[in-house]
Design a binder for this molecule. Structure first.
Ligand code: AHR
Length: 342
C-alpha cells in the first residue's frame, strides 16, 4: 500500500543496534507509555507514525490530539503509536527513543519546550527516521535535525493581541490612557509562551502609557490560572488589562475575578484578552466577558498527513508550515461559533 521508502539494510542494522543499546541502557520501555503497537508483519502495509503529544493540559490540547488521531487511521493507511508525555520533556524524549527502537516510519512530536532536543534528534537522524515537529517550535540549534514543522505563529498571535489593544484604546478615544497590565503566561520556555510574550511586548514597547505590572506563568491550566490571578488581585488594585496566554488560564482567571468581585469585558472593570478561541471561550466573547480571543488553530493533523504523503511520494516539503488563524471579537464571533467543534 505505501510507496516504500524502506530503510536500507545498513539503516536497518544501525536501527537494530540502536534499539539494542537503548533497551540495555534505558531499561525496558514503560508499559504505560508503549502499550499500543509493536512493529510486526502487518505494519508493512501501513505507514507507521509515532506521535509524542506533550500533555493534556488544555481544551486546545485535547482538540489537537483529536486532530492527529482522526487522520492517522488504518483507513487512511497509517498505524499510529500515540504517547502522552504529561508535560514532561523527559517523557517525550523517552517516547521518541521508543519510536526509534520500534523503527516507525515517521516521528511526529509537539515539543513542550523549545530547547533540549538535539541528542534525541541526532539519534532519530542516525536511525534514518524523518521527524516532523507540530504545534510548538524547537530552537534553531536543532533546525537541521528535523524535516519540517507544522504549527502556529505564536509571535504573530502576541502581536495581534497587542494591536487589538492599541485599536481598542483608540476606539474609546483614550490612546494615551495609562493602563496597567498583568499577564498570565503559558509554560515557561515553550514557543507558545515565548512567542506570545515577545509579540505582545513588541507592541507594548511602543506605548509609554502601557505598564506591565507583572507577568507570571500559570502553565496553560485553569487551576493555575485561578491561583495566579488571585495573587495578582491580592497584590494590585489597579489592573486595567488582563492578558491570558490561553483560554484555560482565562477560565481560571475568571473564577478568581468572580471571587474578588471584579468583572471583565466590554462593560467590566478590566479588559480581558485571551488566546486559543475554543468554543467555550467564544461563548464568553459573544457574551462580552472576553474582549478578544486570538486564535491558535489546533487542527493540524490533516496538514501533517498531507506532508507525510508528499514525502512518501518523494516530493520536497517546505521547512515551515504555518496554519491559518483569526482574531475573534463580538463583531465577528457569530459567524464562526457554530462550526467550532472543540
Ligand atoms: O502550543 C499551543 C498552546 O498550548 C495553546 O495555546 C494552549 O492551550 C496549549 O496548551
Amino acid at each position: 500500500m505505501r510507496k516504500m521508502i524502506r530503510p536500507s539494510c545498513f539503516r536497518m542494522l544501525v536501527a537494530f543496534i540502536l534499539s539494542a543499546v537503548m533497551l540495555v541502557g534505558c531499561g525496558a520501555f514503560d508499559g504505560e507509555i508503549f502499550e499500543a503497537y509493536a512493529v510486526d508483519d502487518s505494519s508493512d502495509e501501513f505507514i507507521t507514525v509515532g506521535f509524542s503529544q506533550l500533555g493534556s493540559e488544555s481544551v486546545w490540547r485535547s482538540a489537537n490530539t483529536e486532530s492527529i488521531k482522526s487522520v492517522f487511521t488504518k483507513e487512511n493507511g497509517f498505524l499510529l503509536e500515540f504517547n502522552n508525555a504529561r508535560q514532561k520533556q523527559e517523557n517525550q524524549i523517552k517516547a521518541i527513543r521508543g519510536f526509534i527502537s520500534q523503527r516507525v516510519d515517521y516521528i511526529v512530536f509537539s515539543p513542550v519546550t523549545e530547547t533540549g532536543w538535539e541528542t534525541v534528534l541526532v539519534e532519530a537522524r542516525s536511525a534514518g527516521i524523518p521527524v516532523i515537529v507540530v504545534d510548538r517550535k524547537i530552537s534553531s540549534a536543532s533546525e537541521k535535525l528535523f524535516t519540517t514543522w507544522v504549527g502556529t505563529d505564536a509571535r504573530a498571535e502576541g502581536e495581534k493581541a497587542g494591536r487589538w489593544l492599541e485599536q481598542y484604546l483608540a476606539d474609546i478615544g483614550k490612546p494615551n490612557k495609562k493602563i496597567n497590565i498583568v499577564v498570565l503566561q503559558g509554560t515557561i520556555g515553550s514557543s507558545a509562551q515565548l512567542g506570545r510574550t515577545m509579540g505582545f511586548d513588541s507592541i507594548a514597547d511602543k506605548h509609554k502609557n502601557w505598564n506591565i505590572l507583572e507577568q507570571q506563568t500559570a502553565d496553560f491550566t485553569a487551576a493555575k490560572g485561578k491561583e495566579v490571578m488571585a495573587e495578582f488581585l491580592e497584590k494590585y488594585d489597579n489592573i486595567d488589562v488582563v492578558v491570558s496566554q490561553n483560554d484555560d488560564m482565562t477560565f481560571g482567571a475568571l473564577d478568581a475575578m468572580k471571587e474578588y468581585g471584579v468583572t471583565s469585558g466590554e462593560n467590566g472593570d478590566v479588559v480581558l484578552i485571551s488566546f486559543d478561541a475554543v468554543h467555550e471561550a467564544l461563548e464568553l466573547v459573544q457574551q462580552g466577558i472576553i474582549n478578544v480571543d486570538v486564535e491558535c488553530n489546533p487542527d493540524q493533523g490533516k496538514y501533517v498527513m498531507d506532508i507525510i504523503k508528499r514525502l512518501e511520494a518523494g516530493e520536497e516539503v517546505d521547512k515551515e508550515n504555518v496554519v491559518e488563524e483569526l482574531v475573534f471579537t463580538k463583531d465577528n464571533v457569530d459567524e464562526y461559533i457554530d462550526n467550532r467543534t472543540y
